[in-house]
Design a protein. Structure first.
Length: 247
């Protein structure tokens, strides 16, 4: 039944999503040229509000839970499991006051309305997985920007999306590079549950009436262990939360 409803509701949800991207692409350019970083960031925040809202047209819901007292004015590395393309807009919108930037594949920095523009001009890091040395240099530059501006970073340590919701093993290399340049960055796990179910049939039809959850978990101080230990702890906390949600 949900799949059947997806054929009916998906065109509306997908239409709202892509229309938002098209509308906000020139708006981002105007805001960046006229008002610099602050105006551009506010434009991106509003864009992601509409991207999150788009999924409601398919009957799906987004629940973002943050009961942690996270510091303002301190660099933060948000580590999350990765289940779908929808993982990103709620994190940008609901964590907007932490100025968190994404680490993304360089391929995404061109050809996609709004998204590519933000990746090129928003201050994050676009890495080429075929060029390990260049990727490390790009992450190092990003780590420096984090330290200088007290920005946050959003990273998916699994590397690739999980198609069944099960959390994959986290990789620590990228986080280690960021911590070298920004050693006081707080590590904050974010557990994403059930977003994979919305695209279990692909982008069309979207699955419908799925309750999806993003939950910010207890932060981890960078001085409490080695990078591998810290990342492993974040992975364990996320895995426990995701498995309890799915059970």
């Amino acid at each position: 039944m949900r799949k059947f409803l997806g054929y009916i509701l998906s065109p509306i949800a997908i239409g709202v999503f892509f229309l938002s991207l098209l509308i906000f692409h020139p708006l981002q350019w105007i805001c960046l040229k006229a008002g610099g970083y602050s105006a551009h960031k506010r434009c991106v925040d509003v864009l992601n509000f509409f991207l999150v809202a788009a999924v409601y047209f398919a009957g799906n819901t987004v629940h973002f839970i943050n009961n942690q007292n996270l510091p303002i004015g301190r660099p933060i590395i948000f580590l999350a499991n990765h289940q779908s393309l929808l993982d990103i807009p709620p994190m940008i919108f609901f964590l907007r006051k932490y100025h968190a930037k994404f680490i993304s594949k360089v391929e995404l920095a061109k050809g996609i309305p709004s998204i590519s523009f933000n990746l090129r001009h928003g201050g994050g890091a676009n890495i080429d997985r075929k060029d390990p040395r260049g990727s490390i240099m790009e992450l190092s530059k990003f780590g420096t920007r984090m330290k200088e501006n007290n920005w946050g970073a959003m990273i998916f340590p699994e590397g690739t999306r999980s198609q069944d919701g099960h959390v994959k093993t986290f990789q620590s290399a990228g986080i280690a590079t960021l911590l070298k340049k920004c050693p006081n960055a707080l590590l904050v796990p974010v557990a994403i549950s059930n977003s994979w179910k919305m695209i279990r049939y692909g982008l069309y039809p979207l699955n419908t009436f799925i309750s999806m959850t993003w939950e910010v978990l207890e932060p981890i101080e960078p001085t409490t262990g080695t990078v591998d230990e810290l990342v492993k702890l974040a992975e364990e906390r996320i895995r426990a939360k995701v498995e309890s949600t799915q059970s």
